[in-house]
Design a protein around this ligand. Sequence first.
Ligand SMILES: [Zn+2]
Length: 302
Amino acid sequence: MFTRPFRPSKISLSFERLLFAKQPMTTRAPLMSKRPKRGVPEGLWQRCPGCGESIYWKEAEKLLNVCPKCEYHFYVSAQERIRHVLDEGTFEEWDTQLRTADPLEFVDASKSYKERMAIEQKKCGLTDAALTGGGMIRARRVAFGVTDSQFIMGSMGSVVGERLVRLIERATDESLALIIISGSGGGARMHEGILSLMQMAKVSAALARYDRAGGLFISVLTNPTMGGVAASFASLGDLVYAEPKALVGFAGPRTIKATIRLELPKGFQTSEFLLEHGFVDRIVSRSRLKSEIARAIDYCGK
Ligand SMILES: [Zn+2]
């Protein structure tokens, strides 16, 4: 429930409002790919992409959607993340009223942005790719955000950025520890053009204020965390945790390979590779995440 009076974030820039003025534009963008969705598998038995074994899905579900044979971490939705990490029944959603204004009246080759949003909302049960609010982690009150990689690839548009900024500002005002779990294969949302790109700076600026106020931000990277999400808030944690074997990076490995024309190192852009190179502080399996976060909050005295 939204419990505070409506107010725009302090970092909503005036030129953003200007840009929100209707600008009819039809852009032909590449058709969204027709490859199968990397979502929750259906059926009793599933082939695990990690080890290739057939696994009994009920067993994986008990382990929070983790393969019992190789610990491959399957996709989980934003709503499931809340169940995995927060104490039961403590999540209170904030800023539910925000919706994109579709400022570019964007149409890609097959659908308008409005139509695509309606489909994604129905599919994911979310109004946009980020869910934010307050909750408890082992009885510690936190500000909590999560992005869902299934909602237009977890891409960051104006609503995702604004929700995250309001979350961070409220965490700053109320001296709450801040936890954001990222899942984004898309980075900035092309349907909103420059307004999506500017969310990177906007969220980062809010985090800088939170940091100056002495807040503790734990960023959790999940498979995949790419593009503008990886290049802004997801990499700015005081502590950066990552799920095992998650793909984390800016441009995808194929793009990089085609650009630099060199063989990429083994394990490039995996959590393990980034831990070795200092971009990730700790790899935390899903079953230990809640305890690890609670421990870090206590250790940092938040
Ligand atoms: Zn497996």
